[in-house]
Design a protein around this ligand. Sequence first.
Ligand code: NAP
Length: 234
Amino acid sequence: MTELPTILITGATKGIGLALVDRFAPMAGEMHLVARNADDLKALQSKLAQNGCKAYVYAADLSQKESVDQLVIDLNQSMNSLHLLISNAGVYLPGQLLTESADNLDYMIRLNVLSHFDLVRGLYQKMPRGSHLVYMASVASKKLFTGKPSYSISKHAQGAMIDAFRHELRPLGIKVTSIMPGPTWSASWEGVDFPKARLLDAQHVANAVWHAWNLPPEAVMEEMVIRPFEGDID
Ligand SMILES: NC(=O)c1ccc[n+]([C@@H]2O[C@H](COP(=O)([O-])OP(=O)(O)OC[C@H]3O[C@@H](n4cnc5c(N)ncnc54)[C@H](OP(=O)(O)O)[C@@H]3O)[C@@H](O)[C@H]2O)c1
């Protein structure tokens, strides 16, 4: 690739998404960043501009299908091509299947699975051969966490979808990588009182994505599981 890459990151303003922005901004031709909070996006855009990075921002609620559909229209209008799509936005809502609000699973399926489905289907035609789709999956994509079943269900479904997209995008020359982090410091862990080393730093995850992106064209990192050394928190 001779041109500097165009990069899209969802869930870009906090946690892992923000670490990804920091990691990739220095080498991006342009960045397209998505989250709900417009003020956070504007502040991030200004910070990046001060460092010479051109960023376009989109305030969109990816849990709403109409909002995802509008985002796809806006992105198709503003991007000539897309070289790296990091589909990162997602949420963990606590609860047990029998007692949680019935909306929990519905919301996580919408945000953690279907928004990614709509986004990839709406954008893959902008992605030339050699481009890369990276999903932020989870260790809960392969293992049932009995303390967070609905989240695990959504991430398992997302995992199967990633495998299916990999199969269908390979003939188009598009790499697909699933990053499966264990517990990582972010807004979702605010208030917990764990020793720092019990959770990954978001930068560890961003570095994993960086390594996947930097493999030569003939190799793809299909999956990466990255955990705190001391293991999961169930
Ligand atoms: N942290 C962990 O322990 C961990 C572990 C494994 C996997 N993951 C996965 O990593 C990804 C990022 O997690 P994180 O912990 O870094 O998240 P986070 O710190 O809570 O940040 C979430 C980001 O997504 C945006 N977002 C949230 N809901 C959204 C919505 N409905 N529409 C659009 N944007 C939305 C947030 O901005 P706004 O609030 O402004 O929308 C924010 O930028 C998720 O897919 C998560 O499942 C996280």
